[in-house]
Design a protein around this ligand. Structure first.
Ligand code: SIN
Length: 309
């Protein structure tokens, strides 16, 4: 019988970061250390072969659609292999939440796709990346685990809820009021909530792979003193969709709202998403603009995919 396999797809990030001086945990370059070096010395789970593939080597702030497409293709390729138990993606923390939601929607995986990241570069005297990858292996081999999740600092977050909540702390991710799905404790997973269920995604992967030009969608913010000029300029420039990061429960400054309603009349879809750190917008039937329960960055991914569809 063929041994079970975990495939690590490396994309860069701080987890693959290197500084000129070992003690420097801020002045490093993300995406420098190759996947073979990242995996060297890490024990594979019993009975499992771990292999690595370098998909990219970027600072995730520079994530783009071409790389998302390639990553989805490589994940799908490996997930389709019967001997592959799970895919682990090493990724920068800055846009990890967007990639997590993108992969969950496009792949709707029945196997685990575990995003592993780090807040200290690989060259740090005490890097957190190796432990996070080891924890990702633990999640990857947990019976029943499925869907796209992010593992960092012993916490397992689902793709829909995960968001970066701190710029430099090791436990940099949270799931808002939903809370983590599980904790990794020593080499075991203590599960609190169900694993992410595969969303309806029929044909989405094919469309993502086929369309070379993805829609242009921007996020605008509602805030004190907001007005409609940015929206007018974006519409004039050909924007194809707008997400508004709203105050509170989906509220929008009146001047900005007027411009957004005009944009909608002109055929530009507009989605509201709260800029609050926790909780979804609770939509009401009288709302003129639809609301998303997702964070603004993920609502943008969702709108993008709906336009591709
Ligand atoms: C990145 O997102 O690639 C850099 C920052 C990080 O990984 O923490």
């Amino acid at each position: 019988m063929q041994a079970q396999q975990i495939v690590v797809l490396a994309t860069g990030g701080t987890i693959a970061g290197r500084a000129a001086r070992a003690g420097d945990v801020l002045g490093y370059r993300a995406g420098e250390v190759g996947v073979a070096e990242l995996l060297a010395g890490l024990p594979a789970p019993e009975g499992v072969v771990v292999t690595g593939e370098q998909v990219a080597q970027v600072d995730s702030k520079d994530m783009d659609f071409a790389l998302w497409r390639r990553l989805a293709e490589r994940c799908r390729h490996w997930l389709q292999q019967p001997q592959v138990r799970a895919v682990v993606v090493t990724h920068g923390t800055d846009t990890l939440e967007e990639t997590a939601w993108f992969l969950q929607r496009v792949l709707a995986p029945a196997k685990p796709v575990v995003l592993a990241s780090a807040m200290r570069p690989a060259s740090a005297p005490v890097p957190d990346g190796p432990q996070n990858i080891a924890d990702a292996f633990t999640v990857a081999t947990t019976p029943g685990a499925r869907g796209v999740v992010a593992v960092c600092a012993g916490e397992v977050h689902g793709a829909a809820d995960v968001r970066k909540v701190h710029p430099y702390r090791l436990d940099a991710f949270g799931s808002g009021d939903a809370g983590p799905i599980a904790y990794v404790e020593a080499d075991a997973v203590r599960q609190l909530r169900p694993w992410p269920a595969p969303p309806e995604s029929a044909g989405l992967f094919e469309r993502v792979a086929r369309e070379k030009q993805w829609p242009w969608i921007e996020i605008v913010h509602s805030h004190a003193g907001a007005d409609g000029r940015a929206v007018q300029a974006l519409v004039a420039a050909g924007v194809q969709g707008l997400v508004v990061a709203t105050t509170g429960n989906g509220t929008v400054h009146a001047a900005l709202e007027q411009a957004l309603l005009r944009a909608k009349e002109q055929g530009v879809p507009v989605v509201r998403s709260s800029r609050c750190l926790e909780g979804p917008v609770i939509a009401q039937s009288r709302d003129a603009l639809p609301a998303s329960p997702l964070t603004p960055a993920k609502a943008r991914v969702e709108l993008l995919l709906s336009l591709l569809a």
